[in-house]
Design a protein around this ligand. Structure first.
Ligand SMILES: NC(=O)c1ccc[n+]([C@@H]2O[C@H](COP(=O)([O-])OP(=O)(O)OC[C@H]3O[C@@H](n4cnc5c(N)ncnc54)[C@H](O)[C@@H]3O)[C@@H](O)[C@H]2O)c1
Length: 249
């Protein structure tokens, strides 16, 4: 699939990988619809790149997603590619010692992480698939996972949400492949983005860099190169493309 001329919906487009993907894909000739709950971030994206359309959307809320798709339907917009980037990178041990007491991982925090990262991804995707099929389009869904899908200590909810995204994506690859829609999982290691620095203390970043065969963080640009390869190669479906410097080898 070529990038030029395609209509691409990107969630989590106010920051990090999603934001850079919006800029890059628009510069390659795609019409980009940028979604995020952070309206100020979307406005900054628009100031830098006039051609991008944005819609505020909180993917934790089904009504917010519904209103985006009502808008797209009213404007007769047919989506070719969906890139699900929106997520929160939440850390908490399953049980911690606090003031002499054992405190369990908050139920509400678990629900929030799963609600955004997995259920939000599911609901945006189901609406996009309906859009793609109603316009009889070939399509592509790229879901951002993480190497944490294999389980990262202190990030049980985040790890579970990303493992869920991977299972969901593989099911879609089988279900939608015969209908002309590919689904691919893009799984970065530790990437130099605002979200990663918010989620991890500098001490942890150093530790992960030392464990990485390449001894450094990945760059957003390196993730975008993987994204481009997934878009251009029409025979990649249902697989996990890792961009992690060899951390999981
Ligand atoms: N940066 C990394 O090291 C890394 C590693 C592995 C996987 N990932 C994955 O890549 C994706 C992008 O990560 P990033 O580093 O660019 O993160 P980021 O925090 O810089 O950007 C995430 C964006 O998602 C948006 N978002 C969060 N909750 C939302 C909601 N409920 N509704 C709508 N938007 C919401 C945020 O506002 C933000 O703009 C995520 O799925 C993340 O899990 C990142």
């Amino acid at each position: 699939m070529q990038i030029e001329g395609k209509t691409i919906l990107i969630t989590g487009a106010s920051s990090g990988i999603g934001r850079s993907a919006a800029d890059y894909l628009s510069s390659e000739g795609a019409s980009v619809f940028a979604l995020d709950r952070d309206l100020e971030g979307l406005k900054r994206l628009k100031i830098n790149n006039e051609s991008i359309c944005y819609l505020q959307c909180d993917i934790e809320k089904s009504v917010s997603i519904d209103s985006v798709f009502q808008h797209l339907k009213a404007k007769n917009i047919a989506i070719d590619i969906l890139i699900n980037c929106a997520a929160i990178m939440y850390s908490s041990p399953i049980v911690k010692l606090q003031g002499g007491q054992l405190i369990t991982h908050e139920y509400e925090d678990w629900e929030k992480v799963i609600g955004i990262n997995l259920t939000g991804t599911f609901y945006v995707t189901s609406n996009v698939v309906k859009n793609m099929l109603s316009y009889r389009k070939e399509g592509l869904i790229i879901n951002l996972s993480s190497i944490c899908a294999q389980g990262n200590a202190g990030q049980s909810a985040y790890s579970a949400s990303k493992a869920g995204v991977e299972g969901f994506s593989m099911a879609l690859a089988k279900e939608l492949g015969p209908l002309g829609i590919r689904t691919v999982i893009l799984s970065p290691g530790f990437i130099d983005s605002p979200g990663m620095h918010q989620a991890l203390a500098e001490k942890s970043v150093k530790k992960w860099n030392n464990l990485n065969p390449l001894r450094r963080l990945g760059l957003i640009d390196e993730v975008l190169k993987g994204m481009k390869m997934i878009i251009m190669n029409d025979y990649i479906n249902g697989t996990i493309i890792k961009i992690d410097g060899g951390l999981t080898v």
